[in-house]
Design a protein around this ligand. Structure first.
Ligand SMILES: [Zn+2]
Length: 225
């Protein structure tokens, strides 16, 4: 089956250049986002929104966006709205730690701190409220940081068990990808399950019984799939 190269439409609902944390203010009306959603629906897919702030998330959800990417400055009430509308939270453990960003501009630096201060609340509250949470990053163009994808996944142990972390990154993420129906690129078998003919790579490692999941980063380096 030919697959259209565009699987999902992503918009940035509250910042044109969030890599530099320069603004974090709304930039679309509800009607504009509804137009994106209508076009995506015509293409049998959905709209994901790169968005951080509470009001912008609320409007995106009301306009029909199906995945909130980041969302670190959301309130509990907005997460409840997401849950009630079956909207996903695709998020990553951004922390002001060894992988933290630093900015020359003090305004951007403060916004980065505000965002990372929201990380703990976001994960804890999303879990309590029952929002569907996926693991995803938008680390695309920085090879050194891309090497750290597995390390980012392992940081989720602050809020989840190793079992929950691995489930999120595999079968739960697969559920989110399948929102783009005939447009996602994995059409030749089942996704997110371990079964004959399915898109699953099972890597078994002989390791000490360690009480953590430090293996994903290692596995991604030594066992390309
Ligand atoms: Zn993003």
């Amino acid at each position: 089956m030919p697959v259209h190269p565009i699987a999902t439409v992503e918009i940035a609902a509250d910042c044109a250049n969030v890599r530099f944390f320069c603004c974090l203010v709304r930039q679309y009306t509800k009607a504009e986002i509804e137009a994106f959603v209508e076009v995506a629906d015509t293409y049998n897919t959905y709209v994901a929104s790169h968005v951080f702030t509470d009001e912008a998330v609320e409007i995106a959800v009301a306009a029909g966006v199906k995945s909130i990417e980041h969302g670190f400055l959301m309130s509990r009430e907005t997460m409840e709205l997401m849950r009630d509308n079956d909207v996903w939270l695709s998020v990553q453990p951004l922390l002001d730690d060894e992988d933290g960003f630093s900015f020359d501009d003090p305004v951007s630096q403060q916004k980065w701190i505000d965002v990372t201060n929201g990380t703990d609340f976001t994960y804890k509250t999303a879990k309590e409220v029952g929002v569907k949470v996926a693991f995803g990053t938008d680390i695309l163009f920085d090879p050194a940081l891309a090497e750290r994808q597995g390390a980012f996944l392992a940081k989720l142990q602050r809020w989840y068990t190793p079992y929950e972390v691995l489930k999120m990154a595999t079968s739960t993420n697969a559920e989110l990808l399948e929102l783009s129906g005939p447009r996602h690129p994995y059409q030749q078998g089942n996704l997110g399950v371990i079964a004959e003919g399915a898109y699953a790579d099972l890597i078994t490692l002989q390791l000490d019984r360690r009480p953590s999941c430090q293996t994903p980063n290692h596995a991604s380096r030594c066992c390309p799939t």
